[in-house]
Design a protein around this ligand. Structure first.
Ligand code: BGC
Length: 366
């Protein structure tokens, strides 16, 4: 498996660097000297590339719109593209961004490990590279990653599954099944690790029973985050293990897969189990509000895009950005990570969480 280590260290060092850089940073329109250090900026209207993995879940479609509008608003020339979950397409899109003279490239990798050579050309050209939402692995060609804590996200998912079971299904033991996300996505194993840190002790003490016995990430992962594949797996789990049993809960890595799981359970004549999710997608908020899906984890795209543009603006001015919240080893280097806090949403707190999000709030009123 891929190597990932977290360190909270490095922050003091980063803070010192930040202080050292203050006063030395240029402001305004500058010309890139391509030294890769914090002291060199680039033109204020430079092209900024954004390479998204696909548009198959709402968060990426929102990112596409927000990057296009907000990079423009910040004075940059946006070049926003999405690959259809195809690694070679994403590599070509990044290479084209380098050719077109982008000064910064934001990447949500399809496969965290497959961008080494495309990003090396970018780095050699002095381009700033930011991992967006997902870690970029096994390369030194990455300046920073902006994301919601991925292990933390998983912990919240695991905890809300437990909370939902206690709230909706009475006393345990509870029959459950586990789902993971796309194995190429570096977030997916981290979400699962976080969730299992909460669930494993409850499996060990008999509160949770994984009836199929499938508990390893490789067994439960969903290739390409494909909802259809998740639904087929749920269909077979139900047919093989639950003809004489009720299923009480299912761990789901995101909202699309949560809805696929619920669909399969209904088709098998089961009561809707407790299912968590991720992304606060429109359809899932409605489902939560209607009492079906139990919860989702909200990681507001607008905050992630804003944080990313803040970094790009600092690079443009030749200033070092504020210190990262942590560093994560990507197999080659310790990458500065700017980690935002995700939040669990249930029917109970939905109105409060979406107070400043009129589109999502409207779903609760409709
Ligand atoms: C993102 C999720 C998304 C999933 C599938 C993950 O890397 O963090 O928000 O649902 O990819 O697109």
């Amino acid at each position: 498996m891929k190597r990932r280590t977290f360190t909270i260290g490095g922050l003091a060092a980063a803070g010192t660097l930040l202080l050292a850089a203050c006063g030395g940073g240029r402001t305004g329109t500058t010309t890139d000297s391509g030294d890769g250090g914090g002291g060199s900026g680039f033109d204020a209207d430079a092209t900024v590339g954004v390479a998204l993995p696909w548009l198959g879940t709402q968060n990426w479609a929102e990112a596409q719109d927000l990057f296009t509008a907000q990079l423009k608003e910040a004075g940059f020339t946006p070049l926003v593209q999405a690959a259809d979950n195809k690694v070679s397409q994403q590599q070509q899109q990044i290479e084209a961004m380098v050719q077109k003279g982008a000064k910064a490239i934001v990447v949500g990798p399809i496969d965290g490990t497959q961008l080494g050579s495309a990003l090396k050309s970018a780095k050699d050209a002095g381009i700033r590279i930011i991992g967006y939402d997902r870690l970029i692995e096994n390369t030194d060609a990455v300046d920073a990653v902006v994301q919601f804590g991925s292990v933390r996200t998983g912990e919240l998912q695991g905890q809300s599954l437990l909370d939902g079971l206690a709230e909706r299904k009475g006393e345990g033991p509870y029959n459950i099944e586990l789902f993971g996300g796309g194995p190429a996505d570096p977030n997916a194993p981290n979400f699962f690790t976080g969730a299992m840190s909460v669930l494993q002790p409850k499996i060990d003490d008999g509160t949770l029973v994984v009836v199929s016995g499938q508990v390893d990430f490789q067994q439960v992962a969903t290739q390409d985050w494909d909802n259809g594949k998740a639904q087929s797996r749920m269909d077979s789990l139900l047919a093989s293990n639950y003809s004489d049993k009720e299923i009480h809960g299912v761990l789901s890595p995101n909202d699309g897969i949560a809805r696929a799981i619920i669909t399969a359970c209904k088709a098998a004549g089961q009561e809707v189990p407790v299912v968590d999710g991720l992304d606060a997608e429109t359809e899932s908020i409605t489902s939560i509000w209607n009492g079906e899906q139990y919860s989702t984890v909200h990681k507001p795209t607008k905050d992630l895009v804003a944080k990313t543009i803040e970094l790009i603006t600092a690079y443009q001015k030749g200033e070092d950005p504020e210190a990262p919240t942590e560093t994560e080893n990507n197999g080659t280097i310790d990458v500065p990570v700017y980690a935002l806090d995700p939040v669990v949403v249930t029917k109970e707190n939905a109105e409060e969480v979406f107070q400043d999000d009129p589109d999502r709030l409207a779903l609760l009123k409709g």
